[in-house]
Design a protein around this ligand. Structure first.
Ligand code: ZN
Length: 334
């Protein structure tokens, strides 16, 4: 899961306050032109779909629920011929029934998807330091490395939990050196629609049989996701003057399984074609340096905005709806 961080929010708020005047002026200048644009598909672009926290995030440990979630997700991906990668927390294997959790991972591989390392215990370098974090990464490949080798695949991708990459700089450098020395490539994120925050309220609705609330959350989530994708595309145009090949962060949740057709429809409307993460990272944008060494878990558009000294369009950045945040916080504190 990612984290909502106050410093990050503050940054956005400040940027938005500074820019409000400019945006208002721009709207006046644009006049009615915005309304005259014909409804047509956006420019075509590509996106790598990445799912974190395998074998699944679930509000309460329920093996059958986890299995149904993964079965539906894999079915949706295969039906649409979408490539994908799943990032595993091996610490989750013992949270329910180990053999069946491992079988879930096996199903991803058998379906043709790669697995990546997401640390053993979903740790943060801010809490455990460089040495502790590196140990947690090493511990996170005990099951998946042999599994990948057996399937003649290369375990090469690492995704930082919370997108926290190490702070201060020497901590980040030590982690990066270990990753590179062990054949890992860092999986950046360039679309993050905060799906994890909707997922627990959704589990709660499903698990309590509240079908109306589950349907409402699916609707709110999909609408928010489509608006978020729009924002990241605008951010990409600010930084690079074009759509880059995006890497979208999603989580292995019942929400995404149940919303799969809705997500596929969004990608179709947005004219975004799913590709592998390996293909996405061939886009030269990913050669832009990530010099960020703060504690916040931020995605790569924000990191590159500092490198390239270009401001992101924070004035129209939209936060997760308050009702969802409130519901998540309530469930998370229990
Ligand atoms: Zn995660």
């Amino acid at each position: 899961m990612s984290s909502r961080l106050s410093a990050c929010a503050l940054h956005r708020l400040l940027a938005s306050t500074v820019r409000t005047g400019l945006v208002l002026a721009g709207l006046v200048l644009a006049g009615g032109a915005a309304h005259a644009a014909p409804a047509s598909l956006p420019e075509s672009a590509s996106v790598a779909l990445t799912f974190d926290d395998l074998p699944g995030i679930v509000l309460k440990p329920d093996q059958a629920y986890v299995e149904a979630t993964n079965k539906a997700l894999i079915k949706g991906l295969k039906h649409h011929h979408f490539p994908a990668i799943g990032f595993v927390n091996e610490g989750k294997l013992d949270e329910i029934i180990r053999a069946r959790q491992i079988a879930v991972l096996q199903r991803w591989i058998k379906a043709g998807f790669d697995l990546g390392n997401h640390t053993f215990s979903h740790s943060s370098p801010n809490n455990v330091g460089a040495a502790g974090y590196i140990a947690d990464i090493a511990r996170g490949e005990k099951v998946i490395r042999p599994m990948m080798v057996k399937a003649h695949r290369n375990l090469q991708w690492f995704r930082h939990p919370y997108l926290e990459t190490g702070s201060p700089e020497p901590v980040k450098a030590q982690i990066n050196a270990w990753l590179a020395g062990h054949g890992y490539r860092i999986a950046p994120v360039t679309i993050d629609a905060d799906d994890w925050e909707f997922a627990e309220p959704y589990d709660n609705a499903v698990m309590t049989g509240n079908t109306a609330e589950a349907a409402r959350i699916r609707g709110v989530y999909l609408a928010y996701t489509e608006r978020s994708i729009g924002w990241y595309r605008r951010a990409s145009h600010v930084l690079f003057g074009r759509d880059i090949a995006y890497v979208m962060l999603l989580h292995d949740t019942r929400l995404n399984a149940d919303c799969f057709e809705g997500l596929a429809a969004i990608l179709a409307r947005q004219n975004l074609r799913p590709i592998t993460i390996d293909q996405a990272l061939r886009d030269p944008a990913y050669r832009t340096a990530d010099n960020y060494s703060g504690k916040d878990g931020i995605e790569w558009m924000e990191r590159w905005s500092d490198t390239l000294k270009k401001d992101l369009p924070w004035s129209d950045y939209e936060d997760v709806p308050k009702g969802i945040v409130k519901e998540y916080d309530k469930l998370d504190s229990n």
